[in-house]
Design a protein around this ligand. Sequence first.
Ligand SMILES: [Zn+2]
Length: 512
Amino acid sequence: MKRCHLFKKQFPLSLEKGSMIKRLLGFLFLIIIILAAIVLVNTFIFTKEIPRGQALDLPSISDSAVRHMSEAVQIKTISYADSLPVDTSEYMKFRKFLERAYPLVHQKLPRQIFNQFSYLFTWEGKNKNLKPYVIMAHMDVVPVEEATANKWTVAPFSGAIKDSMIWGRGVVDDKGCVIPIFEAAEDLLRQNFQPERTIYLSFGHDEEISGSHGAKAIAEWFREQNIHPELVLDEGGEITVENFSELKRPIAAIAVAEKGYLSFQLSVEKTGGHSSMPEKETAIDILAKALVKLREKQMPFKMSEPMAALLKRVGPGLPFSERMALANQWLFMPLLKKEFEKGHITNSLFHTTIVPTVFNSGIKDNVIPTIATAIVNCRNLPGDSQADVIAFMKEQINDDRVNIIPEKINTDASPITSIDSAAFKKVEAISYQVMPDIVPVPFLLMGGTDSRHFDAVSNGVVKFAASIDAKGYHGIDERLPISDFKRMIFFYSLLMKESGDEIAQKVSAGVK
Ligand SMILES: [Zn+2]
């Protein structure tokens, strides 16, 4: 009886359990179906064709333009380091070259000189009610490392023309912008062209060492005059066909913000002594451990506004699996994050980076040094301030014996120029015209440019040059295809003529 009773008691229970599991499985199945449906619908909505603009034929350029580019490269306007003097004779030579090569620019556009070698030309517009444009570039170049000089295909300052390319230090960064701006302006002046709005042509001479005497001084002049340009266009992003190759269309990466630049001195002081009787820990040990800890963990992954906008634009053109992941970031973000963190370049687009670049300690092999110092360089994302970076480093190092001192020139990330701004839309519209099938996208620049000095006077700072996957800048065999040089002259010329409005209207509906 008892057993029977028990059995009876258990039987309905197990029946209930079975149906509960069944119901649970049914419920889970339903959830999976709903999730799959949402994922597919989102992917389907995301799958619309990326708009296409109408490219124009590149006009031909004169032989003198290529010659000018070659000549510009041969003048060694090198920025070494903040503390080192520049070769003023080379900068004077560059000024004389510009005056000779571009007589109309120098006759018709008043030139102001800032701190000896930076220039601002003013091209008066017809309509004083329109806010001006600033088109800028820098004339200085980085040195050629002695150890690499013989690895170049041509002599680094030869300005050689070979294989339909112009070669030499600075031909991309940034004389590859300086000369096309001058060529475009000179050509338009030859046709007696006057722009609608005032256009300032701004050329700094010390961008590679922070721009504090050039672009900073020029931007300061704008502030004093209370001039707020609609657009400030500098180098930065460019056209790429190599990245996003799956898209099978070239991308115009128009940078709307740049990461910050922070350097910190880390130091440890601990009594040293004779190396025959070392203590358990030395200054070098403590600092080395701190640096290892800084490399073991990154600051959190962040999807910045420009990168989110970029993915939104290119996503519809990618293969199904990638499209699905990008259309459903709420579900696939952990996977996307893992993918982005694989490569050091994509990783840097989504993280504030922290890396030691200098380590100093010790004077002799049998002396334990009292002081060890290191410099750590950080490129912080918009939204990660210097204070956030310091807090992260302190927490990560977790050792009060390590002092962290920020450098004076530290700057946080720039503000983000809106993709709805007239500045972005203008550059976007013109980019459609200089290359067939191009996909203009907003972009976050990892390096720094002179244009950050203009953030205080303009909401329209945009960084873009119409070269394609530029090669060798700051490295070996810096070179610029003549076809890129042509396109860059054309790009600046269209900008000076304020081209592209029609095209912008046509495609803007589809590229939000
Ligand atoms: Zn540059």
